[in-house]
Design a protein around this ligand. Structure first.
Ligand code: NAI
Length: 326
């Protein structure tokens, strides 16, 4: 089996090479993300392995089919970038890694939240310059505050446990609620109106693009903090920027951004960025942005590589595909 692994970073190679000791596949590590310009690089591969900022639309799938690709093995949980129905219609199944470490992402969302509310990025820069003044660094307690969890799947539940540990009251919204001890389910409007922190843990679907927009931000408390470690397009970034400029929100921490493809995972420090909305968001003192790194722990990377190669093994052996996107 020959595998073309797109958007490959040095840490992908480390963990895939380790997991591949059990399989011995021929893995071609390709730096570019998969899109209609780069899809031809898959020529001769049986499997392509895209990541979150690859585009796997009809055009790309047609090229992959011509190149002889027989399986699309996403090394991510989210599959919003992949037209899996079209791929299936051409006889190319799509598999993914449904869970690798929900804790990695949930913990990162709290790392962002704590950094934001305790102004850690400002404090860090100050003390590095031997400025030990505390002016402007007043934060808030999480204890006793209300945490609004949007999406109570694997990551949302891990986040609920963390929120409870901080002594927060937890409100949740999910179209498919499942009883969780100590969690009150409510509608999205009530959650947005009453939460001190709103954190998104739901997938991006055709129905929830810009779930957080000018109207829904208007419903939120002016002091509320918004955290997004799910997918960028859940938030209307322009509306978020406007709200922050008008002080209609306490702050925002984003691990994902709706136009992140082509920017995140790259070093743009010499060129700067053309996306003015992102540049302006980054410039605000009450915004923290990380480059889609919620999953980036040793445990998660190990699980991603093992599950991906396990998915490919099932395909090679003609077994039922446990992690097929249907
Ligand atoms: P999951 O499938 O276990 O749970 C998702 C939950 O969201 C389900 O309970 C579902 O009913 C609910 N949901 C669906 N539509 C909703 C809506 N409109 N409003 C509220 N809830 C809704 O997924 P998991 O593993 O918890 O992952 C969630 C998302 O996190 C992924 O889809 C992915 O986009 C993102 N993610 C981000 C990573 C990062 O590095 N920042 C890494 C891994 C996942």
């Amino acid at each position: 089996m020959k595998i073309a692994l797109f958007d490959a970073k040095p840490y992908d190679r480390t963990f895939f090479d380790e997991a591949n000791k059990d399989h011995g596949y021929d893995i071609l590590y390709l730096e570019p993300a998969l899109n209609h310009h780069t899809a031809v690089l898959a020529k001769g591969a049986d499997v392509v392995c895209p990541f979150v900022n690859c585009t796997v639309d009809r055009e790309v799938i047609d090229i992959l089919k011509e190149c002889g690709v027989r399986l699309i093995a996403l090394r991510s949980a989210g599959f919003n970038n992949t037209d899996y129905r079209y791929a299936a219609s051409l006889g190319i199944p799509v598999v993914r890694v449904p869970a690798y470490s929900p804790h990695a992402v949930a913990e990162h969302s709290f790392a962002l939240l704590l950094a934001l509310i305790r102004k850690l990025t400002h404090a860090y820069v100050r003390t590095r310059e031997f400025n030990f003044s505390l002016s402007g660094l007043v934060g808030i307690d999480l204890y006793g505050k209300t945490m609004g969890i949007v999406g109570t799947g694997k990551i949302g539940r891990a986040a609920i446990d963390i929120a409870k540990g901080f002594g927060m009251k937890v409100l949740a919204y999910d179209p498919y609620p499942a009883p969780i001890e100590g969690v009150e389910y409510t509608d999205l409007d009530t959650l947005l109106r009453t939460s001190d922190v709103v954190s998104l843990y739901c997938p991006l679907t055709n129905d929830n693009r810009h779930l957080i927009n000018a109207r829904t931000i208007d419903d939120m408390k002016d002091t509320a903090y918004l955290i997004n470690t799910s997918r960028g397009a859940l938030i209307d970034s322009e509306a978020l920027l406007e709200a922050l400029k008008e002080k209609k929100l306490g702050g925002a921490a984003l691990d994902v951004y709706e136009e992140e493809a082509g920017i995140f995972y790259t070093d743009q420090s010499n060129e700067g960025i053309e996306d003015d909305t992102l540049a302006r968001l980054i410039s605000l003192p009450n915004v923290i942005i990380t480059s889609h790194q919620g999953y980036l722990t040793r445990e998660a990377l190990m699980a991603i590589s093992q599950t991906t190669l396990g998915n490919i093994r099932e395909f090679e052996e003609g077994k039922e595909l446990t992690n097929q996107v249907k």
